[in-house]
Design a protein around this ligand. Sequence first.
Ligand code: ADP
Length: 262
Amino acid sequence: MSANLYLGIDVGSTASKCVVIDDGGEIVGCGLYASGAGTAGPQACVAEALAQVGGGVTRDDLGGSCATGYGRHLELWADTQMSELSCHAKGAARLFPGVRTVIDIGGQDAKVLSLSEDGRLVDFVMNDKCAAGTGRFLDVMAGVFGCTVADLSDLDRRSVEVASISSTCTVFAESEVISKLAAGTPIPDIAAGVHESVAERTYGLAKRAGITPKVAMTGGVALNDALRERLQRRIGHDIVTSELAQFAGAYGAALHARELAS
Ligand code: ADP
């Protein structure tokens, strides 16, 4: 078995994502492990994805594989490697047919990709210099609130009045959040302020790239519905997403592996 299965792995800064697709490009297995480059995360998420495919399929049975992401150069077993920008564009174009603008917020960077009508990457802007506006900023704030990033959306939805965060630097913003907590500001209001701060930075990035609908959001931060809705209000266009948004890069890598094999 199974020359008609292709694997894509996205070794990110904070999480490893793996997707297995069939000949038709449909996802038949995926794996996610919350640690990235230089850890056991990549192997663990590949094992999870192959187990989901079932039938005792192993890496040796695959028709092709491709690694992408920050730690892709460490995955020497993969047949090929491809840049994360190209893989994100390819995966997003397949997940969201007709998408022209992809907002990807990961653990360490944020990027906005512009796609042509036929789904090719034509331009991008990126923030990889500063943690503000990335998943890292949200991870730090969740730590201060004593919750996980998965809880931030529900917290925001309970807010009554947005408590604005004026500091743009993550370290100063963390101190500001701690001061607000000490002053008795409710956590939901601060969570809303944290989301507004990320939404504002992301909007700035998207304006530089140019915003053409259809707009989609990918990366782990796309799972944060309250943040996506705040960004949507600023941008003035619907932002579509999917429960597979965090797998867009891995999906694009798998599609690339399939193309190379055909
Ligand atoms: P990378 O590719 O850089 O490792 P990802 O695209 O996997 O990044 O995104 C990781 C980020 O996604 C984390 O830093 C975290 O802030 C956010 N995240 C992960 N899971 C969730 C979740 N369930 N809800 C909200 N945010 C999440």
